[in-house]
Ligand binder design. Structure first.
Ligand code: GLY
Length: 405
C-alpha cells in the first residue's frame, strides 16, 4: 500500500475533503434551503432549473439526499429542516402520479425513505410506500421487466431532446411500454425496502425478477453494458438494444456502467443471490480497467473515439460508491482492491473537477448528461448527482454515511 492511513485510503486527503465538505455544504444549505437544484448558472443554483422545470424530474431527490447525508454526519438540524421542506414539496409528484416513471426510486429513496430510515417518520414511510406501489405497477409480468419511461420521453426523442435512440427501434410500434434501462437497477431498492417494511414479499419478487432480466439482456459477457433494451410488451420477446445516452449502440456509456456496478451490488445486498455479486464484480472490473488507463478520470463512454475527449465526473462518483458497496460484501483482499480503486477515482476527480469555494454552488464540475449534446450545455458541467455521490462516498469512507439504498 503506497498511501498512508487506513486500508488503502489517503487519510490526509480524506480528512481534508471532509473538512471542506462541512464548510461548503453549510453555506449551500443556507443559500439553497428547500429549493431543488440541478446545475448552477453563474455559480448559483435556481429552483427547479431542470428540463421543463418539472417537480418530478428524476434528479430532484439528490438535494434532499445530500441534506440527509449531512444531517447523519453532523447532527446539524438545519439540514434536517431543509430536507423535510423539500420532501413536502415532492408530494406534488405523488399527487400527479400519472407523470411518474421508474425513477420513483431515485426520487423517493433519497427523500422520504431516507427521512423514514433516519427518523421513523410515518408520513415519510407512507410516501415511500406510495412510490413503491407506483414502481411495482410498472412491472410487465410477461417480459419480466419494469417499464422505464413514459410516452412523453418518446416525444423528447423525436424532437432530439432526449437520448439518442435509433428512431426505428423505438420501437416496433410499441411506444415506450417495452423499454427497460440499466439505470433502473438503482430504482429497485425502493421495492426491496417496501418488502422489508411491510413484510409483503411481492415488491422484492418484482425487483428480483427485473434484476435477473437486466442481468440477461443488459450486461454483456465482458462486463460492459447496453443502456436500453426493448421488448415486445405483449409477448415479452426481445426486440432490440439500441444506443442510448452513450456514443452508439454497442458502446459503453460510463454512467450506465456505474449504475450496473452499484445496482447489482445492491441487489446482492438485498437478496444474497451470488449471481448478482458476480455481475457487479464483472462490471466493476470492466470499469476499473478502463479507468486505470485514463488516470482514473471517467470518459463519458469507454468505447467512444479518442477525439473529442469528453469526461463525466458523475460516472466516477457513482462508480466509487458502487465499489465501496461491493467492498462490503467480499473478503479482505478484494475489499482492498475495490476501496483503493474507489479512492483513486475520487482523488483524481477531486483534483480535476472540484470547486470547494463555499461562495459558489456545486462542488463537482465535469458532469455530462449524454454523449451527443448538440448545444454543449450538458457536457462537462456541474450536475447535482455528482455531488450527491461524492458526499455519499466521502461519508462512507469516514464511517458517517446514512444507508439510503
Ligand atoms: N438515469 C438517467 C441518467 O443517468 O442520465
Amino acid at each position: 500500500m503506497g498511501e498512508k492511513g487506513r486500508c488503502c485510503v489517503d487519510q490526509e486527503w480524506l480528512d481534508g475533503v471532509y473538512e471542506k465538505l462541512l464548510v461548503k455544504m453549510k453555506a449551500e444549505c443556507e443559500r439553497v434551503g428547500t429549493m431543488i437544484p440541478y446545475t448552477p448558472r453563474e455559480g448559483k443554483y435556481h429552483d427547479l432549473d431542470v428540463f421543463g422545470g418539472s417537480i418530478g424530474f428524476w434528479t430532484n431527490g439528490f438535494w434532499p439526499g445530500m441534506l440527509w447525508q449531512m444531517y447523519e454526519a453532523t447532527g446539524d438540524e438545519a439540514y434536517k429542516k431543509a430536507a423535510e421542506g423539500v420532501e413536502e414539496r415532492m408530494d406534488a409528484i405523488l399527487h400527479g402520479f400519472e407523470g411518474v416513471d421508474h425513477d420513483a426510486g431515485f426520487l423517493f429513496l433519497l427523500s422520504a425513505v431516507a427521512d423514514y430510515r433516519k427518523t421513523g417518520n410515518n408520513d415519510s414511510r407512507r410516501r415511500g410506500l406510495f412510490a413503491a406501489n407506483l414502481l411495482a405497477g410498472r412491472y410487465n409480468p410477461v417480459g419480466k421487466f419494469i417499464r422505464a419511461w413514459n410516452d412523453g420521453m418518446l416525444d423528447a426523442v423525436k424532437k432530439d431532446e432526449g437520448p439518442e435512440i435509433e428512431k426505428e427501434s423505438v420501437f416496433a410500434g410499441n411506444g415506450m411500454s417495452g423499454g427497460m434501462i440499466i439505470d433502473c437497477m438503482m430504482n429497485i431498492p425502493l421495492l426491496y425496502w417496501a418488502s422489508s417494511v411491510t413484510g409483503d414479499p411481492r415488491f422484492a419478487h418484482i425487483a428480483f425478477s427485473h434484476a435477473k432480466t437486466a442481468q440477461q439482456y443488459i450486461v454483456r459477457e465482458d462486463g460492459s453494458c447496453n443502456h436500453i433494451v426493448f421488448f415486445n410488451p405483449q409477448t415479452g420477446e426481445f426486440v432490440d438494444n439500441p444506443g442510448g445516452q452513450g456514443f452508439q449502440k454497442g458502446s459503453s456509456w460510463s454512467r450506465g456502467q456505474s449504475w450496473a456496478v452499484y445496482g447489482f451490488a445492491l441487489s446482492y445486498r438485498h437478496t444474497k443471490d451470488e449471481s448478482f455479486l458476480n455481475t457487479a464484480k464483472k462490471c466493476a472490473h470492466y470499469c476499473i480497467s478502463n479507468l486505470a488507463v485514463a488516470d482514473w478520470l471517467p470518459l463519458v463512454d469507454y468505447r467512444a473515439p479518442e477525439e473529442p475527449l469528453k469526461y463525466d465526473s458523475t460516472a466516477g462518483m457513482i462508480t466509487a460508491c458502487g465499489l465501496l458497496e461491493l467492498a462490503e460484501h467480499v473478503g479482505e483482499h478484494e475489499k482492498k482492491l475495490y476501496t483503493k480503486a474507489a479512492f483513486r477515482i475520487l482523488r483524481a476527480c477531486d483534483a480535476r473537477f472540484a470547486n470547494w469555494d463555499p461562495k459558489v454552488d456545486s462542488i463537482m464540475d465535469g458532469g455530462t448528461f449524454f454523449y451527443h449534446d448538440p448545444t454543449g450545455e450538458n457536457t462537462e458541467v456541474p450536475i447535482i448527482y455528482a455531488d450527491y455521490y461524492l458526499i455519499e462516498a466521502v461519508l462512507r469512507l469516514k464511517g458517517k454515511a446514512l444507508f439510503t439504498w
